[in-house]
Design a protein around this ligand. Structure first.
Ligand code: ACM
Length: 264
């Protein structure tokens, strides 16, 4: 199965340019079964006000942006995960959608909001869903979610083979160090699709990556490069949780000893 990331520089308040960039980059991609596009790719990230965020939001089910993603997915015979600024009634969510050639498959709403996102978005309220796209089971996490090992573990325990991670990372280096480790200890593929560029006082760190179930970095972008990278994977590697012939990383867990993890 071929999986990849799209790294680019979305513009704040430039939805037409962002869609045009996404279309150009996805159409330029080599054959892939799954492509991941950064967080808030329709709108940009660093909103000057909640009103600006509302003006740049889209409603799932009534969005020309998502319709265009589905058309792209159909044209390229691929699946796409893309970060969006989602409006639901009078609420906004920092979300990701999963689309395939025949339409919308699912969505995820970011659980762990970073810094001033707390002034704009509601925290996610639909858990950590996993979707079967035929060749693999796919989960999603968004940017700052990376800091919470529970996110990767829950998705892996629920059967995700690939975790798609649309991002707008700003803390230099840290997440890129953690991703191969999250992949290794959960034996999953992770696709971090980050952005680059600057919006007001925030600079984004690029260095998108794909990590494999034994922690290998299979592809990594430069810090300021517009690029699409696709790698070939073997999903059987994500389904093999054996660390040795006598150790299965999931069935060896001592869950009765981990009660603290679910205390508040
Ligand atoms: C982030 O969660 N966008 C840093």
């Amino acid at each position: 199965m071929k999986i990849g990331y799209v790294q680019f520089c979305p513009g704040l308040n430039e939805p037409e340019k962002n869609l045009a960039d996404i279309e150009r980059l996805v159409m330029s991609a080599e054959e892939a079964d799954l492509l991941v596009i950064p967080e808030l790719a329709n709108s940009g990230y660093n909103f000057a006000s909640k009103k600006q965020a509302f003006d740049l939001s889209i409603t799932i089910g009534d969005s020309s942006f998502i319709n265009r993603l589905v058309e792209l997915s159909h044209k390229q015979n691929t699946h796409i995960v893309c970060g969006i600024n989602e409006r639901d009634g009078d609420k906004l969510y920092n979300s990701a959608v999963l689309v395939g050639p025949s339409g919308l498959i699912g969505k995820y709403r970011k659980l762990h909001l970073f810094m001033n996102e707390k002034d704009i978005f509601e925290p996610g309220n639909i858990g950590l869903p996993v979707f079967d796209i035929g060749k693999a089971r796919v989960g999603m996490a968004i940017c700052f979610d990376w800091y919470f090992p529970e996110v990767w573990r829950s998705l892996a325990l629920d059967g995700a083979d690939i975790i798609c991670h649309p991002s707008n990372l700003v803390i230099p280096g840290l997440c890129q160090r953690a991703i191969p480790v999250h992949a290794l200890i959960n034996r999953v593929y992770i696709i971090t699709a980050n952005r680059f560029g600057t919006e007001r006082e925030l600079t984004f760190t690029g260095l998108s990556m794909i990590a494999a179930p034994k922690g290998e970095v299979m592809a990594q972008a430069g810090p300021e490069e517009e690029v699409v990278a696709v790698v070939d994977t073997d999903i059987a590697h994500a389904r093999d949780k054996k660390a040795t012939e006598r150790n299965d990383l999931f069935t060896d867990r001592r869950t009765e000893m981990y009660r603290r993890l679910i205390d508040t």
